[in-house]
Design a protein around this ligand. Structure first.
Ligand SMILES: CC(C)(COP(=O)(O)OP(=O)(O)OC[C@H]1O[C@@H](n2cnc3c(N)ncnc32)[C@H](O)[C@@H]1OP(=O)(O)O)[C@@H](O)C(=O)NCCC(=O)NCCS
Length: 234
């Protein structure tokens, strides 16, 4: 999905320094003849929220509105601001961040992450910029602990969303770093889930990168249940 934006890094370190180097699980650390290599090892975990059980304690009381066509032009800026300190985009060179964000969002907009569930996509408008957004897409029906369930193998039925044929997936939830931890992410989630329930969906799937600790904590706090890593022997 975004893996090609995770670049390998070579550092010249003494063995003692290598030992002390802080580790992030999204990367593999190897000492070679030519230095220390820090190579991407992205692993995406999935989690499931039972919509009938969800509660949104601490949600900010802020106005939200449905995603509008003109928001796509400014969403990359919000994306960059949201991922200022978080994997997988914190490691992208500043001059490439807009391109990375635009590419990820274009994929979502054009159906590459499954059909967009437009009714469940919301934004929060600040004084002079977007400060939050939630984008929900539809993944195919199937076992959410299997890799195959995370992409449609072909064209989804045109009425898949209306017929609730598949899993709604929290593809992006973005909060401007300056507004973080004040309940905005929770408010966006509550709005999306309210619509999904009204449409007849029962659950919401989500994905986070191993190593994006804030995202993992947020999902846990919001009641998502961690699923087995796809492909794990169980
Ligand atoms: C994940 C994200 C959407 C959370 O939004 P938010 O508005 O900051 O979150 P809320 O205020 O609604 O929820 C706060 C909870 O999230 C978790 N959390 C948020 N920021 C945290 C941080 N810096 N450290 C630890 N936990 C954090 C905590 O569980 C916190 O609960 P607490 O305050 O009771 O401890 C936001 O951090 C973000 O946009 N991150 C970058 C994009 C991203 O990784 N999105 C998820 C994958 S698409």
């Amino acid at each position: 999905m975004t893996d090609h934006w995770l670049a390998p890094l070579r550092l010249l370190l003494e063995p003692d320094q290598f030992r002390l180097l802080p580790r992030n699980p999204a990367f593999r650390y190897e000492q070679g003849q030519d230095g220390v290599w820090i190579c991407p090892r992205p692993r995406y975990y999935h989690a499931l929220l039972d919509l009938s059980d969800a509660e949104y304690h601490g949600a900010a009381n802020v106005p939200l509105r449905r995603l509008a066509v003109e928001d796509w032009a400014v969403l990359p800026g919000l994306f960059v601001r949201a991922f200022t300190d978080h994997q997988p985009f914190v490691g992208v060179a500043p001059e490439q961040r807009d391109a990375a964000a635009s590419e990820a969002l274009m994929l979502t907009r054009t159906g590459g992450d499954g059909p967009l569930i437009e009714r469940a996509c919301f934004v929060s408008q600040g004084e002079d910029r977007l400060i939050g957004a939630v984008l929900v897409t539809l993944l195919p029906p199937g076992d959410p602990e299997e890799f195959d369930t995370y992409a449609w193998g072909g064209q989804p039925p045109p009425d898949a969303v209306e017929r609730c044929e598949g899993w709604p997936h929290l593809t992006w939830i973005l909060v401007d770093a300056l507004e973080a931890r004040s309940g905005l992410g929770t408010a966006l989630l509550a709005a999306a889930c309210g619509e999904l329930r009204a449409m007849g969906f029962n659950d919401l799937l989500s994905t986070f990168l191993y190593g994006n600790d804030v995202s993992a904590m947020w999902h846990w706090r919001r009641g998502f249940k961690l699923l087995s890593y796809p492909g794990t022997r169980r």
